[in-house]
Write a protein that binds this ligand. Structure first.
Ligand code: ADP
Length: 902
């Protein structure tokens, strides 16, 4: 019997509650058996024996009838009745009964839940207190125990209760462990199942999209032709049906992605005007076709650029607007957008979609967001739909931490309101946004190609022959010469023989896929298409496409099924301008989000970028098209972007008023965005950062670069204009078409030949930014000491102290810097300063002239980030020492226009 009991306890098919009940009640029954001998009278014995039998029966019946909680409660009541009787008959607190009360508490805590548990605890506590009270104040009511009895009863009970409790805990522990193990296994199984389901959905989507591509493409070609009206009618029906099928596949894919937690929200900057234009262009024509009025009210104060997932916001609004059109037979559809500022950089935007349609019955409203749930089925029988749209909308809104609400009056209309908070990128107001200005007229326009390029030659690579036919036919009117290849290998053979002006590359191909083929193309020995722009063709739907293809270095991507207009727009954007002859239709072609062109015409092969702390004059930055990633300045009033949002003068004024301010390197995500952006302009990016031990910039940039194939990060080992000098050197090498490796090597060599000594006026800011201790700051302040700082092996090192007033300090600093003037490269000097007036700057320049004459002297104001570290009154003389790399750089630059100050 015990064996059977054990088997049941560890049988997972039986509910955990029942098994726990069995364990606890079993232990309680054993306890009663031990209490039995404590009874001194026959009545006592009888009572315990009856109770034991009663508990046994209750347990059995409650398990049979599946009323575990009722059974447990009944037993708890029985114990509460039984224990006082045993207590008084066994000798009160001089017996072993007090220990058994403990067991009663344990029984309650395990078998009862919620309010019932609380009530039982109170009862048990009250009962215990009452028993103790009575046995203390009315000892006559308690059976008398001899000390011998007390001794044995008590010892027996302590040991028994101890043992039984331990057994109970062991059982429970084991039960929990088993359950845990089972839960983990089940979780693993579910994950596995989810993965399989996901894989199934994405491959299903891929497999279905490929034939739809052919259907839609070839159908478009039929529609372009001069065909009788009945054929055109059929072709239009095919178009409608295939698009519906496509929407369905996308919805199912989205839902499975959300379910498996793979739906990522990708926040990026976007133009609000552009987003609304795209939406309006997709919707107004549908509304018009159904005889509905489409109204648009966009708050003119909405910022022109926001940061959010524009693709998903569009998806949400299009979904709501499509529903509004679907469920409205007459009247109007209104899209209203309004915003409320939440602070300097954040807005709360309300998008509302209102219609005068059939509305939703009040009792159905709670169900409209359920997946696959269509309400009012009878009425909506003739309206196409799957019941997935609103479920996806709601989950997307939740993923964006927004809110969605619905207000509907049955037969009168519905209003869906979505609220999303977003960061402001450009505060400029959008201004008046009217429908008339945004509508594009498509109606009755006979197809005409947007351009012709008979001399252009492109290659289309796809393993599916039908896709090759579709692309070829869709582009036939442009007269482009088109070659096709049906595998990566064939593509690579062709690019050895022929130069193409652009390549369209399918992603998923057997053996060598599009990405592998793309990388082989870029490094193909003797290849004629190493620099040719390549557009990826993909049947994978999803917003992560953009990041994927951008990271890999593609010029753009096209999601299948491709429409003729999108294909033309994409191809035109990569062809050399001189080969393209525009027709009148060009400019009207509409590029939706399905096509994403990362570049216009050719990208640079290499771009040098750096951080805002490079302290170079704007003129040089512009001249060399140098992009900088801004540092942050953290002040008491918030975090600002270096230079862009907070100028050095403003910062220093702030600091002089006693406010704090310190710099912070861009975060990994900032660098990721920056690199992704730059890779739209160049195939390779070399990013030169500030000294790696002075800021987090290098580490963050390296981390971000891991997400990209072609971003190289170099530690300049310096900061401020010393970093600027290194950047200028790299830029000049890039302009001379040096390779990536040559530039990296050159920079590494040069960083040991930069003189970058700064004199710090007050150690206050350095102390605030944690670069020196408070003690050193106090000593420096007290003795009027000004530390001289250099960068060695990417670290800031104090190499000495200058004493006295400004003239003294400047003199000794300049002398020290130029002490060995033999190997100074005299082509360029930066006098970089923070918060110094003209007179002091003039004085420094005069001193410099006494020691060493430079061809170009830039008097450069330090960026806010640098100023926040060194504080006002600090300056540095920054130049290069001679070495091979520098000599060639200087010679090349000598011919350049000079900006000599001093
Ligand atoms: P469906 O594909 O059926 O349109 P949705 O998830 O988009 O699926 O909508 C779920 C249900 O909510 C619909 O079947 C419809 O009954 C109701 N519904 C959604 N939008 C509206 C609307 N604008 N007016 C009336 N009913 C609506």
């Amino acid at each position: 019997m015990f064996k059977k009991w054990l088997q049941i306890i560890f049988d997972h098919r039986i509910s955990l509650q029942e098994r726990m009940f069995r364990v606890v009640t079993g232990v309680s029954m054993i306890a009663l058996i031990f209490i039995l001998p404590m009874g001194r009278t026959f009545m006592n014995w009888l009572l315990l024996a009856v109770s034991l039998a009663a508990i046994f029966m209750i347990t059995k019946v409650s398990i049979q009838k599946e009323r575990i909680i009722t059974g447990a409660t009944a037993i708890a009541v029985l114990l509460l009745l039984l224990f006082p009787v045993s207590f008084f008959t066994a000798g009160g607190f001089y017996s072993g009964m007090p220990e058994w009360f403990v067991l009663c508490f344990i029984y309650i805590s395990i078998t009862q839940t919620g309010r019932r548990k609380a009530v039982f605890f109170v009862l048990c506590t009250a009962e215990t207190l009452l028993c103790y009270y009575i046995s203390f104040y009315f000892p006559k009511l308690v059976a008398r125990n001899t000390p011998r009895h007390s001794f044995f009863d008590s010892a027996n009970s302590v040991i028994m209760v101890g043992l039984l409790t331990s057994v109970l805990l062991m059982f429970l522990n084991r039960l929990y462990e088993e359950e845990n193990k089972l839960a983990k296994e089940q979780k693993k199984e579910i994950e596995e199942l989810n993965r399989a389901e996901n894989h199934f959905f994405s491959s299903m989507s891929h497999e279905i999209r490929t034939p739809i591509n052919s259907i839609i493409g070839l159908n478009e070609i039929i529609l372009r032709g001069d065909i009788p009206e009945d054929v055109a009618e059929n072709a239009r029906n095919i178009q409608g049906a295939s698009k519906l099928l496509l929407t369905l596949i996308n919805d199912i894919l989205d839902l499975s992605k959300i379910k498996s937690g793979k739906m990522e929200i990708i926040n990026d900057s976007y133009e609000t005007g552009e987003l609304f234009s795209e939406i309006v262009n997709m919707i107004w024509i549908k509304a018009k076709e159904k005889g509905l009025e489409f109204r648009l009210h966009v708050d003119s104060s909405i910022p022109s650029m926001l940061c959010g997932d524009a693709v998903r916001i569009k998806q949400i609004l299009i979904n709501l607007l499509n529903n509004a059109i679907k469920y409205t037979t007459e009247g109007s559809i209104t899209l209203s957008v309004r915003c409320e500022r939440l602070g300097l950089n954040r807005v709360r935007v309300w998008y509302s979609v209102e219609d005068t349609g059939q509305g939703v019955k009040k009792e159905n409203i709670p169900y409209i967001f359920n997946a696959f749930r269509r309400v009012d089925e009878e009425k909506n029988r003739h309206i196409e739909g799957t019941g997935l749209g609103l479920s996806i909308v709601q989950q997307l809104v939740e993923l964006m931490d927004g809110e969605i609400s619905v207000n509907s009056v049955y037969t009168k209309g519905s209003k869906f309101v979505v609220m999303l908070e977003q960061d402001i990128i450009d505060d400029k107001e959008l201004g008046t946004f009217t429908l008339a200005s945004r509508m594009k007229v498509h109606e009755g326009v006979q197809y005409r190609q947007s351009f012709e390029a008979p001399d252009a030659h492109i290659l289309v690579v796809d393993d599916n022959d039908m896709n090759l036919v579709v692309v070829r036919k869709l582009l036939s009117a442009t007269k482009i010469q088109i070659d096709t290849a049906s595998s990566g290998e064939e593509c690579l053979t062709r690019t050895l023989e022929q130069h193409y002006d652009g390549i369209l590359m399918d992603h998923l191909m057997p053996e060598m896929d599009g990405i592998e083929c793309f990388h082989s193309l870029r490094t193909q020995p003797g290849g004629l298409c190493q620099d040719v722009p390549v557009i990826a063709l993909t049947a994978n739907a999803g917003s992560d496409n953009q990041l994927l293809y951008r990271k890999e270095g593609f010029s753009g991507y096209l999601a299948k099924p491709v429409s003729g207009a999108l294909l033309e727009a994409a191809v035109m954007s990569i062809l050399p301008k001189e080969l393209v002859k525009l027709t009148e239709e060009s400019g009207q072609s509409e590029i939706g989000k399905d096509v994403l062109i990362f570049e216009h015409a050719k990208r640079l092969s290499l771009m040098i970028t750096t951080d805002s702390v490079c302290d170079l004059p704007q003129s040089l930055k512009e001249k060399f098209h140098l992009s900088v990633c801004p540092y942050y300045i953290c002040t008491d009033e918030g975090r600002f972007l270096d230079e862009l949002e907070l100028k050095p003068d403003e910062l220093l004024m702030h600091i002089s008023e006693g406010w704090s301010g310190y710099s912070q390197a861009p975060e990994v995500e900032d660098y990721e965005r920056f690199f992704a952006d730059k890779l739209t302009e160049a195939q390779n990016v070399i990013h030169i950062t500030m000294a790696k031990h002075v800021s987090e910039g290098y580490n963050n940039a390296v981390e971000a670069a891991k997400s990209f194939e072609n971003v190289t990060v170099i530690d300049s080992g310096h900061l401020s204009s010393s970093l600027g000098l290194i950047v200028l050197f790299a830029v000049s090498m890039a302009e001379k078409h040096a390779s990536k490796t040559e530039i990296v090597e050159g920079v590494k060599r040069l960083r040991n030949h930069i003189s970058s000594a700064f004199v710090i006026n007050s150690t206050h800011m350095m102390c605030q930014s944690g670069r020196i201790s408070k003690r050193i700051q106090v000593i420096c302040d007290a003795l009027l000491l000004h530390p001289l700082i250099v960068l060695r092996k990417s670290r800031m090192v104090v190499i000495g102290m200058a004493m006295g007033d400004f003239t003294h300090v400047a003199k000794s600093y300049v002398r020290r810097v130029f002490i060995d003037s033999r190997n100074i490269d005299r082509s360029i000097l930066f006098i970089t300063y923070a918060g110094m007036d003209e007179k002091k700057l003039e004085y420094v320049q005069e001193l410099v002239r006494q020691y060493c004459l430079f061809e170009r002297v830039y008097v450069q104001k330090a960026s806010s980030a640098i100023a926040s570290n060194c504080g006002p009154g600090s300056f540095g003389l920054l130049f290069m020492r001679k070495n091979e790399a520098v000599i060639s750089f200087a010679q090349a630059d000598r011919a350049e226009e000079k900006e000599v100050l001093g």
